[in-house]
Design a protein. Structure first.
Length: 630
């Protein structure tokens, strides 16, 4: 097989940039593809060439296989790497790439098909001697038969779409009374997402841990594993923090699970990078008797950097060499496990508001520099509403798990992004949590600790930040801060403490913050306010003037946009009398509508936006004054 000379990456964001880095190191030219929404995206700037493949919608661009193939023909690419997601597990696309005379940097189409349907994949695994979760894989999809099988398996059971993935088409049923409703819901979602309403049943594991094994196979019949990862820390079936190796994994259990993964890959004639995923009963610890095959991802995984960190290998380089017909670079006994690695997915979202997405331009971006960061954006770029909202992956490596967790938490706390909001502080609290530190992690970890993890703390804002805010407002009304009773600026036997009344993210606190001997946080311009970064959170401080009320929309009457979007409806006008909770406007964002309401009884004093206008996050849209007073 001819060597790869010009590689088209059929993807976007951080994975496209990550593939480009390895290709450039190997002397391989790269071609990026992009939608109209990604014209100025970082992966387009990184590549040697770029080709437009369609409008912003993924269906019309990144999922448009003919447009991708045409881009390869037009640019003279000799190979295509699909990354993950989009077309990476599309067997028809893989075949079309090969039929066009191009090198497919991925699994064989036959293996993609074999592992694409969960029921047939499990039958293959049973034949190969791979342990599978007890359940029902039958063709009979009659609801009564499924209910009877669920009863035979024993409650609770998990209903899963045969063609499913990513948690779609999945429902839990804890008893016979709730089975019919759960089945109907799973079928509806499966039909909508995959065009296939068939389901299978599995015994529901009470405290599931998600263990996966990285495998590689070449075209010469060799298969190896690169040890395991633990991806149990998830939210709604989406991985958030991954680590390698898995906590609590002993040598005997590792040998059993990695051996099963190699048998699974060999059973489908696998080639390239793949991940064999297992589910373990966390209530019993990790043991060979309580780990079962779940599915195989026939592609590179988002979390592959943790495996790279503990093995010292470049998995994309291995993919490219194997696709070019080379044998595996190392034999099994040459692959070593060194230290501990963790990866956290940094998203543009607001955990304290139900993980509401945060989209729009990034005017301030500071990511930690002492660790590996795989990012899809740079300062000045934007998070688009059309695609995944992941900003970056934070990857740490340390001699042991405790140090890795500490480094991950520190890295998350160091993140500075504005005006988008992120889950950085949420990630730091996860990594700092005592249960996580003790390795007591299963897929229910986040749900159990949500209140503690998602609630932002009151910031410890220093006097330095307030001084900067005061300096900016000099000569514009009353001073921002002033000493108060018992809080003078000079003391003999105690540190100085200053009190200040400020707006915090547009809200006046019920009580003045106390500022004392805290490290000076970074502050940035934001109209007449300052942005303070504290423990991974971003807080906007603005001057408080006499005569203003307090308490965000609850006191000062400012109705703000919770995220960037478009005002689809405006139901209020200046001078209009309103009551608390009355709808004033509708913001359309991320294909959802968010109704904005009056914070209290009063009168609309100002309308600062027009219907149909795009607005940024935290923009003041209307102001309501209490009692209708002038």
């Amino acid at each position: 097989m001819a060597p790869i000379r010009k590689l088209l990456i059929a993807n976007r964001g951080e994975i496209a940039r990550r593939i480009i880095r390895t290709a450039r190191r190997l002397g391989i030219a790269t071609v990026a593809v992009y939608s109209e929404a990604d014209r100025s995206a970082a992966h387009v700037r990184d590549a040697d060439e770029a080709a437009l493949i369609g409008p912003p919608s993924p269906r019309d661009s990144y999922l448009n296989s003919e447009a991708v193939l045409e881009a390869a023909r037009a640019t003279g690419a000799d190979s295509i790497h699909p990354g993950y997601g989009f077309l990476s597990e599309n067997a028809d696309f893989a075949e079309a790439v090969q039929a066009a005379g191009l090198t497919w940097v991925g699994a064989p189409p036959s293996a993609i098909r074999a592992m694409g349907l969960k029921d047939s994949a499990k039958r293959l695994m049973i034949a190969a001697g791979v342990p599978v979760t007890p359940g029902y894989l039958g063709e009979d999809q009659d609801p009564d038969r499924l209910a009877a099988e669920a009863d035979r398996i024993g409650w609770p059971v998990l209903i899963k779409a045969v063609a499913g993935g990513g948690g779609r088409g999945m429902r839990e049923a804890h008893d016979a009374a709730g089975f019919a409703e759960a089945l109907a819901g799973a079928r509806r979602e499966a039909l909508q997402a995959f065009g296939d309403e068939r389901v299978l049943l599995e015994k529901l594991i009470a405290q599931p841990r998600h263990i996966e094994v990285q495998v590689f196979a070449d075209s010469h019949g060799q298969v190896v594993h690169l040890f395991e990862r633990d991806c149990s820390l998830q939210r709604r079936h989406q991985k958030l923090i991954e680590e390698a190796p898995a906590p609590g994994m002993d040598a005997a259990t590792r040998a059993a699970v990695t051996g099963a993964a190699i048998r699974a890959a060999a059973a489908v004639g696998y080639q390239g990078a793949g991940t064999v995923e297992f589910i373990a009963d966390g209530s019993r610890g990790l043991s060979a008797e309580a780990i079962w095959f779940m599915e195989m991802n026939t592609r590179l995984q988002v979390e592959h950097p943790v495996t790279e960190a503990v093995t010292g290998l470049d998995l994309v380089e291995w993919q490219l060499r194997i696709a070019a017909g080379e044998p595996l670079p190392l034999a099994q006994e040459q692959i070593r496990l060194d230290g501990w690695a963790m990866e956290a997915r940094l998203y543009a979202e607001v955990p304290s508001k139900g993980f509401l997405p945060s989209v729009g331009p990034i005017t301030h971006l500071r990511l930690p520099t002492e660790i590996r960061v795989d990012s899809g954006v740079e300062e000045g770029d934007a998070i688009s509403p059309f695609y995944d909202a992941m900003i970056a992956k934070l990857i740490v490596h340390a001699p042991n798990r405790a140090e890795a967790a500490s480094r991950l938490a520190g890295a998350a706390r160091a993140v500075e992004i504005w005006p988008l909001r992120t889950n950085a502080a949420f990630l730091a609290r996860c990594a700092d949590h005592p249960d996580f530190a003790a390795g007591r992690v299963d897929t229910g970890f986040i749900a159990r600790h949500m209140d503690a993890l998602a609630s932002p703390p009151t910031p410890a804002v220093s006097g330095t930040a307030i001084g900067a805010l005061d300096e900016a407002g000099a000569g514009e009304g009353p001073r921002v801060w002033s000493p108060r009773s018992g809080a003078t600026g000079f003391r003999i036997n105690a540190p100085p403490r200053l009190s200040a009344t400020v707006h915090l993210d547009g809200a006046r606190p019920d009580e003045a913050f106390a500022f004392a001997e805290t490290p000076p946080p970074r502050a940035g311009d934001e109209d007449e306010s300052r942005v303070v970064f504290c423990e991974g959170e971003a807080f906007r401080l603005s001057r408080f003037r006499l005569g203003e009320g307090g308490g965000a929309a609850a006191s000062d009457g400012a109705v703000r946009a919770p995220m960037p979007g478009r005002i689809s409806r405006l139901m209020a006008s200046a001078g209009q009398k309103v009551t608390a909770g009355e709808a004033l406007a509708v913001l359309e964002a991320m294909k959802m509508e968010h109704t904005l309401t009056a914070p209290f009884d009063g009168e609309v004093a100002e309308v600062l936006v027009e219907e149909g206008r795009q607005v940024v996050e935290s923009a003041v849209l209307l102001r309501v004054q209490a009692g209708g007073e002038a």
